[in-house]
Design a protein around this ligand. Structure first.
Ligand SMILES: [Zn+2]
Length: 407
């Protein structure tokens, strides 16, 4: 296997999560007697450019199809995050009715709706037709396609004052072509921002459940700088965000654009990563052992609870939980009776691989579980507050990552 950025031979395995089905491929009731396809999930680190990556075993088209059930608007904290971003960017770069904002992976219009409220023209790019049609209902025009140099040169050439993408960069198989598309679509003085989970948090806090087939790359600022520079783009700012367990928001511009000063945050972030050792092999060693310890602790908790006749359920039928459950080899509802999810698109279906049923929140009160595992640990405060009423019957919450914790 070759590095998707620099074509170097990849030999250093960072983490091997064995095999599992695509994390967002929920199983419908009609399909419970059908087989599922399992793909290897092995992550490599390139020892030349330090891009951490999985092989593109499944074509992206087969993962992001109309069965894709991730709708951004179902998380209230994520909507608040989107609104804050829009306010901050409009203030800083003075966007107005003559500007053009393009969002890549615009989903159901969860973010662009806030630019639209300010009368700033927007365009969404979204490969899944079912999410894009929800955006259209909000009056947000979307191109249903994958973003890359082809789409940019055909339809978006030098159009954008702002190109943004949240949690999309990691999902791109051909990251070089994708960033080339940004270069093409950006106006001469345009700004590009991307948000993505910072690999330093993945390594430091054992966030191995953020690894799944839809995530082709796990990004450091150092590795990404090399990808952007190759296409003639330059970082001029970077911010650290608490989202998804610790993310970065990068700000890029054309290298030729001298109207913006490169802020000290860029050199500071490079130094921070260098001090951690991001550009050394040693930094990526020992992760597999940490991940296996989480697996054994989690299984021990589930089996112990079963022996004590405790009732265990999960909350959040999203990719993170599926990576954990499949890596732990959990099958069926004998250890975890069901998983609660707020999205009606997921209720009545089964988790990929483990086939645990997904139910609406009302089932909690009927079942009165002793333990509720919060799979999206990054939202543990929000979710445990929202479900505070379960304390009435003495239920407790559980997270498995960064280490097994009952609270
Ligand atoms: Zn490389």
């Amino acid at each position: 296997m070759k590095c998707r950025h620099c074509n170097n031979n990849l030999t250093h395995v960072f983490c091997d999560l064995q095999t599992c089905p695509p994390s967002n491929a929920m199983v419908k009731l009609d399909n419970v007697n059908s087989p599922e396809i399992y793909y290897p999930l092995k992550v490599f680190v390139c020892e030349k450019c330090w891009l951490v990556q999985v092989d593109e075993i499944e074509k992206a088209e087969n993962i992001f199809n109309d069965e894709y059930t991730y709708f951004s608007s179902y998380s209230s904290s994520w909507l608040a995050h989107a609104k804050n971003y829009v306010d901050e960017m409009t203030e800083r770069f003075r966007y107005n009715p003559d500007s053009m904002v393009i969002e890549i992976a615009s989903n159901d219009g969860y973010l662009l709706q806030y630019f639209k409220e300010k009368n700033i023209p927007v365009l969404g790019i979204e490969p899944t037709a079912n999410t894009a049609s929800l955006a259209k209902n909000k009056g947000i025009e979307s191109i249903v396609d994958y973003f890359g140099s082809k789409l940019a040169s055909e339809k978006l050439l030098a159009k954008a004052d702002l190109i943004l993408g949240n949690n999309v960069l990691a999902h791109v198989p051909d990251i070089n072509d994708f960033v080339k598309g940004v270069k093409l679509a950006l106006k001469a003085n345009g700004v590009n921002t991307f948000e993505f989970p910072h690999i330093c948090n993945l390594v430091q806090h054992n966030q191995f459940d953020t690894i799944y087939h839809e995530h082709f790359s796990y990004l450091s600022f150092t590795a990404l700088k090399s990808v952007f520079e190759k296409q003639g783009l330059e970082f001029f700012d970077v911010q650290e965000l608490p989202t998804h367990g610790g993310s970065l928001r990068i700000f890029a511009k054309h290298k030729e654009d001298t109207s913006k000063e490169v802020l000290p945050s860029v050199a500071n972030m490079l130094k921070l990563e260098k001090d951690l050792g991001v550009n050394t092999s040693k930094y990526y060693q020992g992760f597999q052992e940490k991940v296996e310890k989480i697996k054994f602790d989690f299984l021990h908790f589930l089996i112990q609870s079963k022996k004590e006749d405790k009732k265990v359920v999960g909350y959040g039928a999203a990719a993170k939980g599926n990576t954990l459950l499949n890596f732990c080899g959990i099958k069926g509802a004998d250890l975890i009776s069901f998983v609660i999810d707020a999205s009606p698109f997921k209720q009545g279906k089964f988790l990929p691989g483990s086939r645990i049923p997904v139910l609406a929140e009302s089932s909690l009160k009927e079942y009165c579980p002793d333990y509720i595992i919060i799979f999206p640990w990054n939202l543990k405060t929000e979710i445990s507050q929202q479900l505070n009423y379960v304390r009435d019957w003495g239920a407790r919450f559980v997270i498995a990552i960064p280490e097994l914790t009952i609270f």
